[in-house]
Write a protein that binds this ligand. Structure first.
Ligand SMILES: [Zn+2]
Length: 166
């Protein structure tokens, strides 16, 4: 008969390794704001490869000409997977914005307050959401011109954001 005070789950190795240091690379997957970017992790890896070259891009369907955002692995209209990558305009205008004052995503707690918003890119029918850098959020204005930029989030991964010209 087993002892009621001893179960296998209570058995521990004499020396367990120290807990891992908390670094941005150790974020729990489900709480990581930024997606995984390598070819073995996403079929949209070319989006990030192009960001590394400073090019914000998306997919377009060569059959019906539909421009997608976010980029797709298949056209939502005709379902073809033979899509082409196209660079997006580098300029746009703020459609709406807000500020993150509390409750920032994991790893961004020290960066509040910061602005996020919707930006209409010039010349294409796309409205993108993203962080807006530059002037303080209290000085942002609707309709303000911004430019897109690619940046390294700090652990080798790339993402995009907007920056005010002023
Ligand atoms: Zn299509």
């Amino acid at each position: 008969m087993a002892s009621p005070t001893t179960t296998p789950s209570e058995t521990r190795a004499p020396e367990s390794p120290p807990p891992a240091a908390k670094t941005p690379e150790k974020r729990p997957f489900l709480l990581d704001f930024f997606p995984l970017e390598t070819p073995d992790q996403t079929r949209l890896h070319r989006f990030y490869e192009r960001l590394r070259e400073g090019r914000l891009s998306t997919t377009r369907c060569p059959r019906d000409g539909e421009l997608h955002w976010p980029p797709r692995t298949a056209c939502p209209s005709c379902r073809t997977e033979e899509l082409e990558w196209v660079d997006l305009p580098e300029s746009g205008h703020v459609y709406a914005f807000s500020a993150v004052l509390v409750g920032a995503p994991l790893g961004m707690e020290a960066e509040v307050p910061f602005a996020v918003g919707l930006v209409d890119l010039d010349g294409v029918p796309l409205r993108l959401f993203g962080r807006i850098e530059g002037r303080p959020w209290t000085e942002l204005r609707i309709g303000e011109p911004v430019r897109t930029e690619a940046y390294d989030i700090g652990d080798g991964r790339m993402f995009y954001r907007f920056r005010t010209s002023g």
